[in-house]
Design a protein around this ligand. Structure first.
Ligand SMILES: C[S@@+](CC[C@H](N)C(=O)[O-])C[C@H]1O[C@@H](n2cnc3c(N)ncnc32)[C@H](O)[C@@H]1O
Length: 268
């Protein structure tokens, strides 16, 4: 069970579900970018483990784009697991949803032989040491040619960057609110909830600088480490384990179609 004192409780899960389409910068493009970086062709059979799956949107998109893939979706929030389980029902045995505590280690065995370890907007709940340990365990345990690919908010190292990300995050959230519902109601709630992490930092949100995390990924043994996308302080970054036969990834068009289908299913 998820613990409030670890920085995320059921109230946060409920607010996130209400705000995600406004509070995640360019969510469609962000998730599609991650899908494009998975080193598999659309017909390949491979196994994905997602750390902190939330509602299961990433799983839905991945299983749509890769019809022979399977996913293990882990989350500490009971309500999130319930949502993910319902959303992923159409995929039957290809999707499994289970409880985990990110900071624990009793679930690390689930990474053994995984082809893709992914996580979206979750790893910033770990300390620097926790992130380094996760990157190292993922590299050690995943299959040859696999990938660790993350989406997360990252910490600017100077005040200029903090102000830039805070302002850009407000601007994009406001724009997405108007695009989504024709008014600023969702943005107003985003402001009321103090959701802009760069304007309202919290001790339980342990953002680390992107350059540090890229270095830790390299130190963990990953190759091809890079940041592939960055918008309003939210980054898509990761690397690959050597070995295996590198496959061309998805096209952005196919990835966007899969993400749009997932978001549509999640709305209905
Ligand atoms: C911001 S949401 C992101 C959900 C999803 N990955 C997405 O991108 O939409 C963070 C998720 O991480 C989960 N989470 C946060 N801290 C956790 C922890 N310490 N252990 C397990 N899950 C945690 C929450 O329950 C929530 O579903």
């Amino acid at each position: 069970m998820i613990e409030e004192e670890l920085g995320w409780g059921e109230e946060d899960s409920a607010v996130y579900r209400a705000l995600a389409e406004v509070a995640v910068p360019r969510r469609e493009e962000q998730l599609a970018t991650l899908l494009c970086l998975l080193p598999f062709g659309s017909d390949d059979a491979f196994r994905i483990v997602d750390l902190g799956c939330g509602e299961g949107v990433l799983e839905y998109a991945a299983l749509t784009a890769f019809p022979n893939a399977s996913v293990l979706a882990l989350d500490g929030s009971a309500s999130m697991r319930e949502h993910a389980g319902a959303l992923l029902t159409p995929f039957g045995e290809r999707a499994k949803v289970r409880e985990f505590a990110l900071e624990g280690d009793d679930w690390l065995g689930e990474l053994d032989g995984a082809d893709c370890v992914v996580s979206s907007l979750v790893v910033h709940h770990l300390t620097d040491d926790g992130k380094r340990k996760l990157f190292s365990e993922a590299h050690k345990r995943m299959g040859d040619g696999g990938t660790l690919m993350l989406i997360d908010c990252v910490q600017p190292q100077r005040g200029e960057g903090v102000r830039l990300f805070a302002d850009a995050y407000d601007a994009i959230s406001r724009q997405q609110s108007v695009e989504r519902s024709g008014d600023t109601a969702l943005f107003d709630r985003f402001v009321d909830e103090r959701w802009n992490i760069f304007r309202h930092p919290e001790s339980s949100e342990m953002l680390s600088p992107l350059s540090h995390q890229l270095a830790w990924l390299v130190q963990a043994g990953l190759e091809g480490v890079d940041c592939f996308w960055l918008n309003a302080g939210y980054a898509v970054f990761g690397g690959y384990k050597s070995g295996g036969a590198a496959q061309g990834g998805l096209s952005m068009g196919n990835a966007l179609d899969a993400v749009r289908a997932a978001l549509e299913a999640n709305r209905s």
